[in-house]
Design a protein around this ligand. Structure first.
Ligand code: S3P
Length: 427
């Protein structure tokens, strides 16, 4: 499906973004491995999280998904059944990596696979630590990617030094650690999102976090919980960028998760001179949440690098769009991970920006953008990447000519209803 975006005269009103994708996945997984019932509200009904639901249903977990809530009857740590068919993770890297950790602890063999994009994403990063723990994992095409056959084993606790700051890798190892014979530790080069640690603690596991190291004690008794999923800051990011860049805008974004391991976009925007207020700060289901008031602002360029990168990794495409409307240069570095997302986001972002006339260049580990040029509407290929589709929809709001987004339906991965909300906010 193609979607055409037209210039905006200003975005106004109050908006609630859908539930956090990372937290929604984890709520299903931990609910399934718990004893008793878990009820989730504001669950993200995006394709990725629905893939997680269907994988656990295939392993015998009773999950009811209604308009108001998701209810899971947990089977306990050792209650999953061997699936009859290949587990289909769709487009979801989070499902693929976290599920691998859980499967490594089972007493059966399972195969997982996904769409064309998943079949290109690196799984060696989870094969290595899980193999060290004692599981047997085989990339069936021998290329380090899915399809992946996982034979669970008697796992040992290890201290894994992850070469990448990846919450998917960290979570994978911690989830496998639930099944190990001793404490499992993961140290990462920079702190990545810590939703797994927070939620595991809430379900009753013994988790310790010290700087960039997290540990889990084996064989906890997880107890079902009620989880209220906060709004996804990664989805709020499109509104933040749009309201900042489109003159005369003011948006109130209700109930946005602002966990400090996720709030990098707010810090980067502040460094660019953005006017964003946080109100009504509170903790919900162990996660920090607030309302954001975003007003259009005169922005200047900044450098985004180092430890900030994992806290805004999914927001870089839309931050790059924002940088086109800032005065001076924005440099994004230490972000090689962008190359192995749903698309190679260094290439897909720079290609799209240049097609619109921006002064943007790819680097080995990020990109450089010089703001101030007028962008013009054109046809943008989303490369079936939801975040590329939404980022360029935001760019389209700032072009005199219409912008057409190819394969715009990819937004359903993380933000069903995005284009409807865009129409509403523009009214
Ligand atoms: C996620 C972690 C990040 C992020 C992804 C969701 C998670 O990936 O890009 O969208 O839920 O753990 P990496 O851990 O690979 O950086």
């Amino acid at each position: 499906m193609d979607m055409t975006i037209r210039k905006s005269a200003g975005l106004h009103g109050e908006l609630s973004v859908p539930g956090d994708k990372s937290i929604s996945h984890r709520a299903i997984m931990l609910g399934a491995l718990s004893e008793g019932t878990t009820e989730i509200t504001n669950f993200l009904q995006g394709a990725d999280c629905l893939s997680t639901i269907s994988c656990f249903q295939s392993m015998g977990v009773d999950i009811e998904n209604t308009a108001t809530h998701v209810r899971i009857r947990g089977v306990g740590l050792h209650g999953l059944h061997e699936p009859k068919n290949t587990l289909d993770v769709g487009n979801s890297g989070t499902t693929a990596r976290l599920l691998s950790g859980i499967l490594a602890g089972q007493s059966f063999t399972a195969t997982l696979n996904g769409d064309a994009s998943i079949q290109k994403r690196p799984m060696k990063r989870v094969i290595d630590p899980l193999t060290q723990m004692g599981a047997s994992l085989k990339s069936l095409r021998g290329n380090g990617c899915a399809p992946l056959e996982i034979r669970g084993g008697n796992l040992h606790g290890i201290h894994y030094n992850s070469p990448v700051a990846s919450a998917q890798v960290k979570s994978c190892v911690l989830l496998a650690g639930l099944y190990a014979d001793d404490v499992t530790l993961v140290t990462e080069p920079a702190l990545s999102r810590n939703h797994t640690e927070l939620m595991l603690t809430g379900f009753g596991a013994d988790i310790k976090s010290m700087g960039t190291t997290a540990s889990v004690a084996p064989n906890p008794r997880l107890a079902g919980q009620n989880i209220q999923v906060p709004g996804d800051i990664s989805s709020a990011a499109y509104w933040i960028a749009a309201a900042l860049a489109v003159p005369g805008s003011e948006l109130v974004l209700k109930n946005v998760g602002i966990n400090p391991t996720r709030d990098g976009i707010l810090r980067a925007a502040a460094a660019m001179g953005a006017n964003i207020a946080r109100e009504n700060i509170r903790t919900v289901s162990g996660e920090l949440v607030c309302d954001l008031i975003v007003k259009s602002s005169l922005l200047h360029g900044t450098t985004i690098s180092g430890e900030l990168i994992p806290t805004l990794i999914d927001e870089i495409p839309v931050i790059a769009v924002l940088a086109c409307f800032a005065e001076g240069e924005t440099v994004i570095k230490d972000a090689q991970e962008l190359k192995v997302k749903e698309s190679n986001r260094i290439d897909t972002v720079v290609e799209g920006l240049r097609a619109m006339g921006a002064d943007a260049a790819a680097t080995d580990d990020g990109m450089m953008i010089r703001g101030g040029r007028t962008l013009h509407g054109t046809v943008i290929d989303s490369h079936m990447d939801h975040r590329i589709a939404m980022s360029f929809a935001v760019a389209g709001l700032l072009c005199d000519e219409p912008t057409t987004i190819r394969n715009a339906d990819s937004v359903a991965i993380s933000y069903p209803g995005f284009f409807e909300s865009l129409k509403q906010a523009g009214r």
